[in-house]
Design a protein around this ligand. Structure first.
Ligand code: HEC
Ligand code: CU
Length: 359
């Protein structure tokens, strides 16, 4: 009997390991939750649903289903194995009338068969279900009628390139993607530096973003709302502050957003001094503002103030955080790739006043 129990123990440990690892991958709790907890301001811009169980897009539904399947099978194995273990501990416990060693069982054919065949069937079922999921989640070409969006991951922010309405050029923006509800979004993912990973739990699974290699993924938001995500591949110091923010809106609002994003940059004469400083200080080397400067190392600032966050979700965007950022980005986002330019208060005022007009 001891022999049987010993084997059961291994089975038990094995099941616990499987259950633990599937729970871990299902919850995806590695980085996402830290991003929520560590929001640096009282206004928690990053509070949102990061659970794969509240899916709102076809690939996310698929992932949720397989997660439940794996969880269900693991739970059933757990209950059966633990049940038999507890039953045999009680049923075959040492009693006063027992004399010496119990009967030893070696090489029971039914038992050996059972624990070979059943796990094989389980693994087979899981493998087939996984293959089906992969096929539906990883499409090889864009779904019909999709909107093609280029995503370029940078240490530690996101660049988006979206075709404008009627093929009228390209909208370039950063960190916050706006998409129409109900339309498939086909993403082409590229990296400007190291490996990142695109993951919005409610919309799709993780897709690695690898330098010099384009990967694809897709989603289709089924309802309006804000969907949050997180770079899911450790990419350096500010990996945890590389947040994804997708806003799904109805068709009319999406069109309005496109029209706004492709409108020419405002040029307000009262902030000309700030604009000149932007051009004379190093800002223009790293940042593009349509018709003003062409830098591409940092986020495009043409319609900066149409965004709700700054620094890829590190803080809400408002005049105070903007001023703090331009003064010294290293205070808000230690190690980020924008240096402090050590502006004096007058320069700071002028530049911030200018940036605030970039609606
Ligand atoms: C060496 C290149 C470089 C220079 C010079 C530079 N920036 Fe930046 N800037 C960046 C990078 C990179 C980011 C993105 C940082 C991040 O989110 O990790 C950024 C982010 C920003 C943002 C936030 C954008 C957003 O949507 O989150 C603003 C605003 C900004 N810079 C303004 C300025 C101004 C004003 C100057 C000149 C005083 C300037 N930058 C100079 C590289 C630069
Ligand atoms: Cu990253």
């Amino acid at each position: 009997m001891f022999f049987l129990i010993a084997k059961k123990r291994f089975a038990f440990i094995f099941v616990v390991l499987i259950a633990a690892s599937s729970l871990n991958s299902i919850a995806g709790s590695d980085v996402a939750s830290t991003a929520v907890v560590c929001a640096p301001t009282s206004e928690n811009i990053n509070a949102g649903d990061l659970s794969i169980f509240s899916s709102a897009s076809p690939p996310a539904h698929e992932i949720r289903e397989i997660a439940w399947l794996v969880l269900g099978i693991s739970a059933a194995i757990f209950v059966v194995v633990e049940g038999v273990l507890v039953w045999s501990i009680i049923r075959f416990r040492k009693r006063a009338r027992d004399a010496g060693e119990p009967v030893q069982v070696f090489g029971s054919n039914p038992v050996e068969l059972a624990w070979t065949v059943i796990p094989t069937i389980i693994v087979f079922v899981l493998a087939l279900a996984t293959l089906r999921t992969i096929r539906e989640v990883q499409l090889t070409e864009a779904p019909e009628g999709s909107l093609n969006v280029d995503v370029i991951a940078h240490q530690w922010w996101w660049e988006y390139r979206i075709p404008n309405l009627d093929g009228n050029g390209t909208i370039v923006t950063a960190n916050e993607l706006v998409v129409p509800v109900g339309r498939p979004i086909w993403l082409t993912l590229q990296s400007a530096d190291v490996i990142h990973s695109f993951w919005i739990p409610q919309l799709n699974g993780k897709t690695d973003i690898i330098p010099n290699h384009a990967n694809h993924t897709w989603f289709q938001a089924e309802r309006a709302g804000i969907f949050l995500g997180q770079c899911a591949e450790y990419c350096g110091k500010q990996h945890a502050n590389m947040l994804l923010r997708v806003t799904a809106v109805d068709d009319a609002a999406f069109k309005a957003w496109c029209v706004h994003q492709s409108s020419p940059v405002v040029s307000d004469p009262s902030v000309e001094q700030g604009r000149d400083m932007f051009l004379n200080l190093a800002c223009m080397n790293c940042h593009a503002i349509d018709g003003v400067s062409g830098g591409s190392f940092g986020p495009n600032l043409t319609h900066l103030m149409s965004r709700t966050t700054i620094g890829s979700g590190v803080a809400p965007l408002n005049p105070t955080t903007l001023r703090a950022w331009v003064d010294d980005p290293q205070n808000l986002k230690v190690g980020c790739n924008m240096p402090s330019l050590e502006l004096d208060p007058n320069q700071l005022d002028a530049i911030v006043a200018y940036l605030l007009t970039l609606k």
